[in-house]
Design a protein around this ligand. Structure first.
Ligand code: HPA
Length: 238
C-alpha cells in the first residue's frame, strides 16, 4: 500500500506524528526521545520513525521545506495511514521585536501568500487554523513544563527571504513569526477532517537581526519537542 512518497505499511505510523522540516532532525528526535524507534519510511531520505514516549506510540517524520512538501506528506499520512494528529515542530523567524530568541510559539492561525487553498474552489478566503484540542494540549503541556509559549498568528510564506515579512506588513497585523509550512498543513487537515498544530522555536528575529547560536537552538528545540511529545500523550485517548 505504498504511496509515491512513503513505503511504510498500514499500521506503521502512530496516531500522532511529529513533523520537523529536516530529515536528519527527525532521526535525531527519534533516537533521542523515543523508545525503540523503528524506521518505517525512507523514500527520498525523508525518514519516518515510530516508537513510544511514556508508553504511547508516537511517530516522527520530516516534512521537507515549504507548503508543497508538507502537503504531500501530511495528505498521505492522513488519507493512507490512519494518522489523526500532525504536530509540526519547526523553526520560525520572529516578525516582532518583543519576541525573544528561543521562544516557543504556537500557531493558532496561519496567514499565507500561497495559493494552496485555491484548489478547493471556495470562492472566498479560507482562514487556516489549528485544531483546538491540540492547541489546548500544547498550552497545558507548556505550562506543566514551565515553558513560556505565546499563542497567535503565523505567516506561512512560499519564500524564505520574504519581502512582505521584512517590510513588517504582517507584523502590523499582529503576526508573530514567519515560517513556510503551517498554512498548508492546516488546510490539508481541515479538508480531511483531521487535526494539526504548528509549534515553532524562534531561531532568528527579522526585526532585530539576532540569531540563535547552535547551543541555544538545541535548548529551545528540546522545549518544543517535549511539548510536542506531551501533546501526543494527552491525545492518546482522543
Ligand atoms: N523566513 C522563512 N522561514 C523561516 C525564517 C525566515 O526568515 N526563519 C526561520 N524560518
Amino acid at each position: 500500500m505504498a504511496t509515491p512518497h512513503n513505503n511504510a505499511k498500514m499500521g506503521d505510523f502512530a496516531k500522532t506524528v511529529l513533523m520537523p522540516g529536516d530529515p536528519l532532525r527527525a532521526k535525531f528526535i527519534a533516537e533521542t526521545f523515543l523508545t525503540e524507534p523503528r524506521l518505517v519510511n525512507n523514500v527520498r531520505g525523508v525518514q519516518g520513525y515510530t516508537g513510544t514516549y511514556k508508553g504511547v506510540p508516537v511517530s516522527v517524520m520530516a516534512s521537507g521545506m515549504g507548503i508543497p512538501s508538507i502537503a504531500i506528506y501530511s495528505h498521505e499520512l492522513y488519507t493512507q495511514y490512519g494518522v489523526e494528529n500532525i504536530i509540526r515542530v519547526g523553526s520560525a523567524g520572529a516578525t516582532r521585536a518583543d519576541l525573544a530568541l528561543g521562544s516557543v510559539v504556537a500557531g493558532m492561525g496561519a496567514c499565507t501568500n500561497s495559493n494552496f487553498a485555491d484548489q478547493f474552489e471556495l470562492g472566498g478566503t479560507f482562514a487556516p487554523i489549528c485544531d483546538f484540542d491540540l492547541l489546548m494540549a500544547a498550552v497545558e503541556s507548556a505550562r506543566e513544563l514551565g515553558v513560556t509559549m505565546p499563542v497567535g498568528n503565523l505567516y506561512s510564506s512560499d519564500t524564505f527571504y520574504d519581502a512582505a515579512a521584512r517590510n513588517m506588513r504582517f507584523a502590523k497585523m499582529g503576526v508573530m513569526a514567519i515560517e513556510m509550512e503551517a498554512a498548508g498543513l492546516y488546510c490539508t487537515a481541515a479538508r480531511n477532517g483531521k487535526r494539526a498544530l504548528a509549534i515553532c522555536s524562534i531561531s532568528d528575529n527579522l526585526v532585530t537581526g539576532e540569531e540563535l547560536d547552535a547551543d541555544a537552538r538545541q535548548t529551545t528545540f528540546t522545549n518544543m519537542m517535549k511539548i510536542g511529545l506531551e501533546i501526543a500523550v494527552k491525545m492518546n485517548n482522543k
